[in-house]
Design a protein around this ligand. Structure first.
Ligand code: PLP
Length: 450
């Protein structure tokens, strides 16, 4: 009996990140200049990112050492437990073994500081004084505020105005970690002033907040920009999660048959799944399932094509699954899953048939979240609930077939700042939303011609 929590010692934490670019059957399509549509070189990113991160972005080295100073901060909460969800298994009556990797134990409460700390470190090392970023639901903003405080950097967060008003405690958390937080659109940037001139009451969007944060970083020498998902270096930093999980399964004398994670930009799921990718390539029978909301069905109903990362069309074009750069998803409660695109590395492996994608409705996700909270105790983030929902579906399939599969769920974060969403669900006020096919088709007409 391996016990309920499978723990590693600090000495057993992996010292290197795993770079899936070393093992991809086909190399990634390069990012393109938004104006010329020609491949851009790494130097194009230098005004907003430090060289070390740009090198990681394009590296094909299989293993990249984690700097000691980064490791030292990660050790505040790492290694994280892999927990056998026996009470959930019993409630479902399944022969499956369900494990969850608990990334909610980090100080800001999600997987996001795994990359925030690394990004703050490389910026600090290059002599930068400040980082800017955007945040929607507030999880990325709180992770970066925490990381900047740990490394002695200033942090400026452009928070989508509607969330700034609706999620006061995420904002308080950022203030507690010493960050400045502005409701976006602001009058601090040209991008923000332009929007406000047209619509003084504008409640903002992630696309606008990105434009503001990027503009500030590009125009100030002491300031860089930091992104919490999508980019290759972000996914790289998250692989510490999957690498720990592999060691933990070994300790439990078990293996993974199905690996499941929710997908916004793709970083938590990729961080869990990619370290298992070489096993799949070597012929092992292992399924990877990324789960997105039906209301923002990037992977399951978008197209695989070059598109902009932001609404204002300032970012390079990335080859990814996309719903179109000005697609505006409805205001579902899993704010962290409302992005029109996906990580190019994850999308490429989906396109090549190695990774599956599924979409679930938010009421189904919350139903699963409640079942999880009422058996395992932890209240999941609305985003995380999407992964739990498919984990439960797979466990119930095992109940029908009698198969005793091992199901590993990436538990990306807790929901203790999302109780308003739980209130809405418990009051029966949450509605499902299936994005109309005509509107998706309409949005996809605006993809750049490459
Ligand atoms: C941000 C966030 C996500 C979605 O982002 P990914 O890059 O897809 O991981 C999922 N879960 C939680 C708890 C988050 O904070």
């Amino acid at each position: 009996m391996s016990g309920k929590k499978i723990l590693l010692t600090e000495a057993e934490v992996p010292q290197k990140w795993y770079n899936v670019q070393a093992d991809m059957p086909k190399p990634l399509d390069p990012p393109l200049n938004p104006a010329t549509k020609q491949p851009i070189g790494p130097e194009a990113l230098a005004p907003i990112f430090p060289m070390a991160l740009i090198e990681q972005e394009v590296s094909t080295e299989r293993w990249i050492a984690i700097p000691e100073e980064v490791m030292d901060i990660l050790m505040i909460w790492r290694p994280t437990p892999l927990v056998r969800a026996e009470r959930l298994e019993k409630a479902l009556g399944t022969p499956a073994r369900i494990y969850y990797k608990n990334e909610s134990v980090s100080p800001p409460g999600s997987h996001k500081p795994n990359t925030a700390v690394a990004q703050a470190y490389y910026n600090k090392k290059q002599g930068l004084k400040r980082l800017t970023t955007e945040t929607g639901a507030g999880q990325w903003g709180s992770a970066l505020s925490f990381a900047c405080q740990m490394l002695g950097l200033e942090c400026t967060v452009y928070m989508v105005k509607v969330s700034y008003q609706q999620k006061p405690y995420r904002r308080s958390m950022m203030h507690t970690y010493g960050a400045e937080v502005f409701p976006s659109p602001t009058d601090r940037t040209n991008a923000g002033r332009g929007i406000l001139a047209k619509d003084p009451e504008c409640l903002g969007s992630l696309g606008i907040a990105i434009s503001e944060a990027v503009e500030e970083a590009a125009t100030r020498a002491d300031t860089n920009y930091s992104l919490g998902s999508v980019l290759n270096h972000v996914l790289l930093h998250q692989t510490i999660v999957g690498l720990e999980t592999k060691k933990q399964l070994e300790k439990a004398n078990d293996k993974a048959d199905i690996v499941i994670g929710c997908v916004g930009g793709g970083s938590n799921f990729a961080g869990m799944a990619f370290p298992f990718f070489p096993d799949k390539l070597a012929g092992k029978d292992i399924r990877f399932i990324g789960v997105e909301p039906c209301a923002c069905p990037t992977l399951t109903r978008g197209v695989y094509a070059y598109d902009f990362g932001d609404t204002a069309q300032m970012t390079p074009l990335l080859k990814m699954h996309t719903l179109g750069h000005d697609f505006i998803p409805p205001g579902i409660h899993a704010g962290g899953l409302r992005y029109h695109g996906g990580a190019p590395l994850l999308c490429a492996l989906i396109n090549q048939g190695f990774i599956e994608a599924q979409a679930v409705h938010q009421t189904a996700a919350f139903k699963s979240a409640l079942q999880f909270a009422r058996t395992e105790g932890i209240i999941p983030a609305p985003e995380t609930s999407h992964a739990i929902c498919v984990g439960i579906q797979e466990a119930l399939k095992c109940k029908e077939t009698g198969e005793a599969k091992s199901i590993v769920i990436m538990f990306s974060g807790h929901g203790y700042f999302d109780m308003g969403s739980y209130d809405a669900y418990l009051a029966g006020k949450l509605q499902d939303y299936e994005y109309p096919a005509e509107l998706i088709a309409e949005s996809l007409k605006k993809l750049p011609q490459v």
